[in-house]
Design a protein around this ligand. Structure first.
Ligand code: GRF
Length: 202
């Protein structure tokens, strides 16, 4: 069997990381988290990774140029040899220097139905626009901000009296059930011997 090692990159709370970890624990996702790396040293997600006994690495990005940081990230990841890199609330855009090392193997989750509402505060953007349906997206990462081939999406209806907080919470619940499924898809693709992005239809 090909490697099923996942590297997780995060910057904050880490609830998506925890959901992936739980899917593995339940046996829904056959994979192994080889490391969790955070560019924010006191990220709650990093503390959770330590509690779980995972390799948890603090790699501060403050003051570093984008490419400089991405090189550092590549060096840090190399010994863990991940099959897939999962961005889970990682608040940085990756450069081609990084992405070229993991073609079709870097995933991200976003709390909106891309290509609508990329960037920060996606739930607020959706509410302010007045959409009746929003949701979440797992996609392969390219050089853009929340762009790249879509792997899976889940729709969430906007209900009467919705606030940014209530919509975010309902979307987050769906995120937690979606990310591991997209990871499973990409792992299956990689095992079948094709780049995940090539002709993927799900
Ligand atoms: C999630 O809403 C995710 O879609 C976005 O950042 C948030 C991270 O939340 N990219 P968490 O750190 O996984 O709890």
């Amino acid at each position: 069997m090909a490697s099923r090692k996942l590297a997780i990159l995060l910057s904050g709370r880490g609830s998506n990381f925890v959901a992936i970890h739980e899917a593995i624990r339940r046996g829904d996702l056959v994979a192994e988290i080889c490391c969790v790396i955070s560019n924010v040293p006191d990220a709650a997600g990093l503390a959770r990774a330590r509690e779980f006994g995972l390799n948890a690495v603090s790699l501060p990005s403050r003051g570093l140029e984008r490419v400089q940081y991405d090189r550092l990230l590549l060096e840090t990841l190399r010994p863990y040899s991940p099959a897939i890199v999962c961005l889970a609330g990682f608040m940085r855009v990756l450069s081609p220097v990084f992405l070229n090392e993991y073609p079709g193997r870097v995933l991200n989750i976003h709390p909106a139905l891309l290509p609508s509402f990329p960037g920060l505060h996606a739930q607020r953007q959706a509410l302010e626009y007045g959409v009746k349906v929003s949701g979440c997206t797992v996609h392969l990462v390219d050089e853009g901000m929340d762009t790249g081939p879509i792997l899976l999406q889940r729709a969430v209806e906007v209900i009467e009296g919705e606030t940014e907080e209530s919509l975010s919470a309902r979307i987050l619940k769906q995120e937690h059930d979606l990310y591991w499924r997209a990871i499973a898809l990409v792992l299956a693709r990689l095992e079948a011997g094709s780049e995940a992005g090539a002709g993927l239809r799900v």
